[in-house]
Structure formats: C-alpha cells, structure tokens
Design a binder for this molecule. Structure first.
Ligand code: LFR
Length: 479
C-alpha cells in the first residue's frame, strides 16, 4: 500500500484526503473538509484564498501517515492570483461569479473577434474566462507572475512556480491545437508574456513541501489541477462509447475526443475543448448544475441532510410542469434562486412553483433536460457514438437526478464515483509513482474499486423531446 494526499478545492467546500493505493485497492479517507465561503468586499466578490490555504495546511498537518508518497492539488478553473517581483500576492483573487468582466467583454472582442478566439483557443464563451478577467485586472502593471488557484497554492506550499497544463487550457490564452500558451492571443490582448509561467504536465514533479513540520520535504506532484480534468480522468470506463457528466456545482456534460474540434458549428453551440490527461480533450458545455439546488437550500435555511426528504417529495411532483434554462444569466450570481426561478416562470408564462418540492422538481427536470440536450449535441458535433452515460461527482448521490437524466436521454446512467475529482487527483499521483500504467488502467482501477449504481431509462422520450423543443424556442425568444 502506498499513501497519497489530495487537496481538492470546490466552489463551496474544500477537502484534504488521503488514499491508500494497491493493485486492487483505492481507499480514501477524508482528513479535513472545510467550507469555501466567498466574501463581497467593496462591491467585488472574492475568494477567501488565505482562509483556504490555512485550512489546507491544517488538513495536511492532521495526516497521520508518516510515509506520504506525494501530495496533489486541484481546484475549479479560470481564477488566479498575481504575484509581484518579491512573490507577494497582489490584491485578492476574484471569484468567477463577480460581475467585473461585463464591462470589458466587448473591448476584448474588438481586439480579437469571437471567431478568431475560438479558432485558436477552442474555448466556450463564458463571461468569466480568464482572458476577460485579465482585461478587467487592476494589478496587471505590477504583476510579475500569473498563477491559477492550484498553482498559487502549490507555490505557497513549495516555493516553486509553474502553470499546470489542463487548467491553463481554461484561460482562453491557449492554443488548443498543439497545446501551450498562445503568444498570438497574449500579444493581441496586450498582456505581458513574461507573467505566464512555464507549463507543467500532469504527473511531473512540482516541488517539495516547505515549512510543514514532519511533512517538510514531501514531494508535490502535478496532477490534472483543473478539477473537471481530474474527475474525467477517474471515470470508471468499461465501454468506450461513453459520454460523461461531471455533476457538482456545475454540470459539465460532453464526450472525450483525441483532438480539439474547432468547427464554427461547435462554436455556435458554445462547445469547449479543454485539455485533459494524456492529450485527451473534453468536448463539453457547462450547465449551471447543482448550484441552483444548493443555493436554493441556502435560501431556505436547509442543510444538505434535509435533501433526501425533499427529493422524495419532488419525485411525487408531476414531471416537466415547468422548465427553466439553467444557464439563464439571472441564475449566475449568489442569491435567492427560488425567487429568480419564480420570475423566470412568470416571464415565460409557466406556472410558478408553490412548494419547495415543486421548485426542486423544476430544477432537476431542467438539469436532466440540459444533460440530454448537451450530450446529444456533443455526440452529433463530434461524431462520437454514445451508449452509456457516466455521471460522476456529488450529483451521483442524487437518485432523482440520475434517474431523470437516464429517462431524458433514453440511455443507461452509471452513477459514481462521487469523489471523482479527488480520485483523479490521486490516480495521476499513483501513476507518476509507477503504481498504475496508462489512463485506461487508471479508469479500470476506478471501475474495480469504487461503488457505482446503474440507472436504466424508463418512460417515453416524447415528453422530453417536446420539452426540449419548447425550451429551445423560448430561450431564443428571451435572447
Ligand atoms: C467545475 C469548474 C468548471 C469551470 C468552473 C469555473 O468546478 O472547474 O470546469 O468551468 O468550475 O472554474
């Protein structure tokens, strides 16, 4: 048995876990779980990055094993910190849900058209993509180094700087075809080339822990530091004709391809090409995801432990009475999501939900419908056949969502592992240590060792087809 540690930061919570890995074993233990609570200061929504760092250090120092082979760090994508010449953090990293980019998107597109951007970076348009954030960045002139969040944490833990490959592909300053920073885009957007560090690929060394007591000197391994890249690496694939949904705060739905697809059709459908482990490409689109549900629970002052009872009641609500476009801009920023759902229903002449169960049903029907639309489009645009859908991440614990997704797609859904992100992080470290061979072996280990649940599709597809059509025409009208 070899023990590894993963630092895995999500938008609402972070965790430090350890994992014991052997030929047919992969057992994870949660050492520390902590809230990730953003703070709005002076009108700007920030991550509490120092609080996160303190919790990471607390978690690492609680690890009992005295033979830790290595540590890996992953988090959400896109967001970053800037360092000055002395390595000091400039300002406080801004949350991707902050509105600061609204004023600069047109200015960026005036320098490089949306078409040209896509030809180079292959990235779906999201208003918070790093290139827009950098266009609104007040500290750029003083900046010496740009570090994405996991790279920043890694720098604080080791003193070493680098840019991890999979996460760098989400910045928009990336050339999708060959991989690597795009000098053309960095230049055209007037950004200082020198701030972007050398790239590191998953599996390569990232330094050693400093000032961490008995853990000092422990190697840090570069993992797929974009959480979604880690999650997709851990899919328990047995049938190559699979699609996936990494379902947490976001639902990232799509297929895996071996080269970027940079077609104008794909751009119009807002599909992204994000770099994965071993040259794989995630051809996917973001759907707003469980954010809608967790933010509703927060509004109602309910805990996660209240969810199972609520889901049982939601299962009794008639299907597809009302559906929303989860990606409607009104759902992006934190706040009273149920009130915004009510107003969306009013705007679109649908019955406003009355009970919490009706709200929850509306959210889950709408997410399942989103999963259906995006996976069908991904298959069509990529020419990739899909016979089974893997749903990984926290959403795999939501039986109603898994069943509705199977029903909406008319395909079996294999749910789990819920901790795919942390498992992918561990898997890449185990591979770097020589315990696992290639990506397919890593995935086979997940299939052998992790608890999974299979959902077969039920009911007819007609109601889903109709709901998808109505929603698409309504979304066009609203746009
Ligand atoms: C998921 C994720 C998505 C990315 C979003 C913002 O946690 O990393 O892949 O689009 O967060 O960074």
């Amino acid at each position: 048995m070899t023990t590894f540690a993963a630092v895995d930061l999500g938008a609402s919570s972070g965790r430090v876990i350890t994992a014991d890995v052997g030929p047919d074993r992969l057992d994870i233990t949660e050492v520390h779980r902590f809230a990730n609570r953003p703070a709005r200061v002076n009108g700007t929504l920030h991550w509490d990055v120092l609080g996160l760092y303190r919790d990471i250090v607390d978690g690492l120092t609680r690890i009992e094993s005295d033979r830790l082979a290595s540590v890996g760090i992953d988090s959400w994508a896109v967001d970053y910190g800037l360092l000055d010449q002395e390595g000091r953090l400039l300002g406080n990293p801004v949350h991707y849900r902050d509105e600061r980019t609204a004023a600069v998107i047109d200015k960026v597109h005036a320098r490089v058209s949306a078409e040209r951007l896509y030809q180079i970076n292959g990235l779906q348009f999201l208003p918070f993509n790093t290139l827009y954030q950098l266009a609104a960045e007040p500290f750029l002139a003083q900046a010496d180094t740009f570090l994405l969040i996991p790279d920043l944490i890694s720098f604080w833990l080791t003193g070493e700087r680098g840019a991890e490959w999979t996460n760098a592909s989400t910045t928009g300053l990336w050339q999708a075809r060959t991989g690597g920073w795009s000098d053309e885009l960095i230049g055209a957007l007037g950004l200082p080339r020198k701030i972007f560090p050398d790239l590191r690929v998953p599996g390569s060394p990232a330094g050693r822990l400093v000032d961490l007591g008995r853990l000092t000197g422990t190697p840090v391994t570069t993992v797929a530091s974009h959480d979604t890249a880690s999650a997709i690496a851990a899919i328990p694939v047995t049938d190559p004709k699979f699609a996936y949904i990494s379902c947490g705060t976001w639902s990232l739905a799509g297929v895996e391809v071996d080269a970027p697809i940079l077609s104008e059709e794909g751009r119009a459908a807002n599909f992204t090409n994000e770099a994965g482990v071993d040259g794989t490409v995630r051809y996917l689109r973001n759907i707003m995801g469980l954010w809608l549900l967790t933010e509703s629970l927060r509004t109602w002052n309910l805990a996660a432990s209240d969810l199972p009872a609520l889901l049982e009641r939601a299962a009794e609500v008639p299907a597809l009475r009302r559906v929303i476009d989860p990606n409607d801009p009104s759902f992006v920023s934190p706040g009273d999501i149920p009130a915004r759902i009510a107003s969306y229903c009013e705007r679109t002449h649908q019955p406003v939900p009355h009970t919490r169960a009706e709200y929850v049903r509306c959210i889950l029907d709408s997410l399942a419908l989103g999963h259906r639309t995006v996976i069908r489009q991904a298959a069509q645009l990529s020419g990739h056949e899909v016979e089974v859908v893997h749903l990984v991440g926290g959403g795999s614990h939501n039986p109603l969502l898994c069943q509705l997704t199977a029903d909406a797609l008319g395909l079996p859904v294999i749910a789990g592992p819920a901790e795919a992100t942390a498992l992918g992080n561990i898997g890449v470290q185990a591979r770097a240590a020589g315990l696992i061979g290639d990506l397919s072996e890593l995935r086979a280990l997940m299939a052998r060792t992790q608890p999974l649940r299979r959902y077969e599709p039920t009911g007819s597809l007609t109601s889903w087809e109709n709901a998808a059509k109505t929603l698409a025409s309504r979304t066009n009208e609203l746009a």
